[in-house]
Design a protein around this ligand. Structure first.
Ligand code: GAP
Length: 441
């Protein structure tokens, strides 16, 4: 696949998208009225809708459209022995250095022995800093009540492997998938929602016979790359990159990242790891519960190996926004348009009565109610129709339905398509069918 050069950075695009997110209500700094809290964000009305669509697109591809993956929804707080067994307590660390001059803290692997803030080279030796957030369960704060906020959702699937296997009568190859919040006390969060301390993950653990894991690893790399393209990111903005040996996580025998060309260069969207039997074996040893699978057809007993596609929902949302952002000219007027896939866009349809006059409202409301049963719709009867189209283009709404005075006579409406701005006149009765047929372009 042709890949643009590393130097293809675009700070203007980053600023434009961050500004749009705040102005139109995708993403707000968290607790802004109190001055915020560093690199923590709240998802506004449009962001909450879009994030939900990202999750649903993942759910559709990973669960709904397959017959070999089942979902779970595990707890965020769990027995701390899980993190001991998984290796997170001992090794889920980043190398931390302090600047003795300005007291700022940095990740040693992200700076060149110089403090990026004050330029001092008077830095402490790097020491491991565990990224897990610690808390206490119950009213007593002590060693026996320590718990951790999960830094990945994966462990919830490993510790439930046997429950799911028996409850659903599955046999490898099969997967367990889940979407949920994860927490990491990142030393240097940043780049908007790219790296935050609280974020959302979409992970799937695919359990396979040991000999089959390389084949499944390749399979999932292609599948996952294809998912980002299916939902609107151009192939030249994506690439697969295999990790070097030194880069591998403590549990991985091989990881390939799906990377996106962010405005600052290539960055990880998702890691697809061959976790071997590391996790199931560790949980078997620490818990004393057998996590072997017995294959009655071959008379074999084995601990399955795991291939894990692990994506960030919040990071994927940012990539979809960056990839969709465009500026063009319509009828001599500049417009900002988010060319989002219809299933990812916050609203699929905007219902726009041409005038606020009472005569149009009943028909427009009827159209809205018909569409709302199937699609996320916005109703807007303010300002000129041109301004309203621009507002919808800017938030990526793929279709606008305009109700005019002729609609009262002929029961037809105009459907305007965001990207081409082409307009089609359609009977109201055909609208739902017409729009639903255009969701999976
Ligand atoms: N269970 C495997 C695992 O946790 P990871 O590469 O550490 O793998 C998976 O995380 C994905 O989660 C990343 O590719 C990224 O999209 C997202 N992610 C990780 N840390 C993040 C952070 N601090 N903020 C936002 N997203 C993050």
């Amino acid at each position: 696949m042709a890949t643009p050069p590393e130097s293809a950075t675009n700070p203007e695009l980053f600023d434009a998208v961050v500004n749009l997110c705040k102005r139109r209500g995708f993403v707000f700094p968290s607790a802004e009225i109190y001055g915020g809290i560093r690199s923590t964000y709240d998802y506004g009305p449009l962001g909450a809708l879009m994030l939900r669509n990202v999750r649903e697109a993942w759910w559709r591809a990973m669960i709904q459209e397959r017959d070999d993956v089942v979902p779970i929804d595990a707890a965020i707080l769990t027995n701390p022995k899980v993190w001991e067994a998984s290796g997170h307590l001992a090794t889920f660390t980043d190398p931390l250095v302090d600047c003795r001059n300005c007291k700022e803290r940095w990740r040693a692997d992200q700076i060149e022995d110089v403090c990026p803030k004050c330029g001092s080279t008077d830095l402490t030796e790097a020491r491991p800093f565990n990224l897990m957030f610690k808390t206490f369960v119950g009213p007593l704060e002590g060693d026996s009540s320590v718990a951790y906020l999960r830094p990945e959702t994966a462990q919830g699937m490993f510790v439930n492997f046997f429950n799911v296997l028996t409850a659903t009568r599955r046999k490898p190859p099969f997967g367990i998938a889940q979407i949920g919040r994860a927490f990491r006390n990142e030393i240097t969060p940043g780049n908007f929602v790219f790296r935050t301390r609280e974020f959302e993950m979409m992970e799937m653990e695919f359990f396979v016979p040991p000999a089959d894991s390389p084949r499944w690893h390749e399979y999932w790399c292609e599948e996952r790359l294809g998912w980002y393209m299916r939902y609107g990111i151009a192939g030249e903005k994506l690439r697969l990159r295999a990790h070097d040996k030194e880069e591998l996580s403590h549990y991985s025998a091989g990881t390939t990242d799906v990377e996106f060309l962010f405005p600052w260069g290539w960055g990880e969207l998702e890691g697809i790891a061959n976790r071997t039997d590391f996790d199931l074996r560790a949980h078997q040893e620490h818990s004393g519960t057998s996590l072997e699978y017995f294959d009655q057809t071959t008379d074999e007993r084995y601990i399955p190996h795991v291939v894990e596609p692990a994506a960030g929902a919040t990071r994927a949302m940012m990539a979809f926004l960056l990839a969709a952002y465009d500026e063009d000219e319509i009828g001599g007027e500049r417009r900002v348009v988010l060319r989002l896939h219809p299933r990812i866009a916050p609203y699929q349809v905007a219902v726009l009565p041409l005038s606020r006059k009472d005569t149009l409202a009943p028909v427009a409301r009827d159209v809205l109610h018909r569409l709302q049963r199937y699609l996320m719709c916005e109703y807007d009867d303010t300002q000129s129709i041109g301004r309203r189209y621009r507002r919808q283009d800017e938030i990526g709404t793929p279709y606008c339905v305009t109700i005019d005075f002729e609609s009262l006579e002929d029961q037809q409406v105009t459907v305007r398509e965001r990207d081409s701005t082409e307009q089609t006149r359609l009977p109201i009765d055909d609208l739902v069918h017409h729009l639903l047929g255009r969701l999976d372009i």
